[in-house]
Design a protein around this ligand. Structure first.
Ligand SMILES: [Fe+2]
Ligand SMILES: [Fe+2]
Length: 200
């Protein structure tokens, strides 16, 4: 089960204090993220081209949307027999949601709309559920999750090369730090569960 930590039904969202608590906590790094603050979501100037690049990161083929859904699926399948790994996958999925939210806010400030797809030849290639790796066992799932993080980092670097906006660059650079931490944590689990016979 996914636990959203920002507020619960019993706490409610009714008061101004509740709202302010949510606003100040929503971009705090979680235990499975790099322990550094997130930069403010700002842009130097509106720029529709930069917005289209961030839409790829938001909900393109290699994207936070793909990462979130893949991690959730793997979390659900592994939860019964590998609770420590399932807990990590749940945490990482929530960090990817933070990335997605930051990207959405940046896209809007750049003059775009954070729809669930990426611009392609004057239209939108909509995000679909066949874009993620479902897998059939813990080791191929973990290998795919690690590769997904590496692919995301490569794409973020390509977009860093194309974007000349110091605020957007700071967001992408900070996200990359989280993705590197995810590779480290996932590799620990891969070594724990998938490399038992490597010295035999
Ligand atoms: Fe991410
Ligand atoms: Fe990640």
């Amino acid at each position: 089960m996914i636990r959203i930590e920002y507020a619960t039904a019993t706490e409610g969202f009714g008061s101004r204090q509740d709202h302010e608590n949510v606003e100040t906590q929503k971009h705090k790094p979680r235990w499975c993220a790099e322990h550094l603050p997130y930069p403010p979501v700002m842009v130097e100037n509106p720029n529709p081209f930069y917005a289209t690049l961030l839409m790829e990161d938001h909900a393109g083929r290699i994207s936070e949307m793909s990462a979130i859904t893949q991690y959730l699926y793997h979390h659900h399948l592994l939860n019964e027999h590998y609770p420590d790994l399932a807990s990590l996958l749940e945490c990482i999925a929530l960090v990817e949601m933070t990335h997605m939210e930051m990207l959405a806010e940046a896209i809007i400030r750049l003059g775009g709309k954070p729809k669930f797809g990426a611009p392609c030849n004057q239209t939108i290639s909509w995000w679909k559920g066949d874009r993620i790796y479902y897998g059939c066992g813990i080791c191929d799932m973990l290998a795919a999750d690690i590769q997904g993080e590496k692919d995301a980092i490569s794409q973020y670097h390509r977009h860093l090369d194309a974007i000349d906006d110091k605020y957007v660059r700071a967001i992408l650079a900070r996200i990359i730090k989280d993705e590197k931490e995810h590779i480290r944590l996932l590799t620990e689990k891969f070594n724990k569960y998938c490399c038992k016979n490597k010295n035999k």
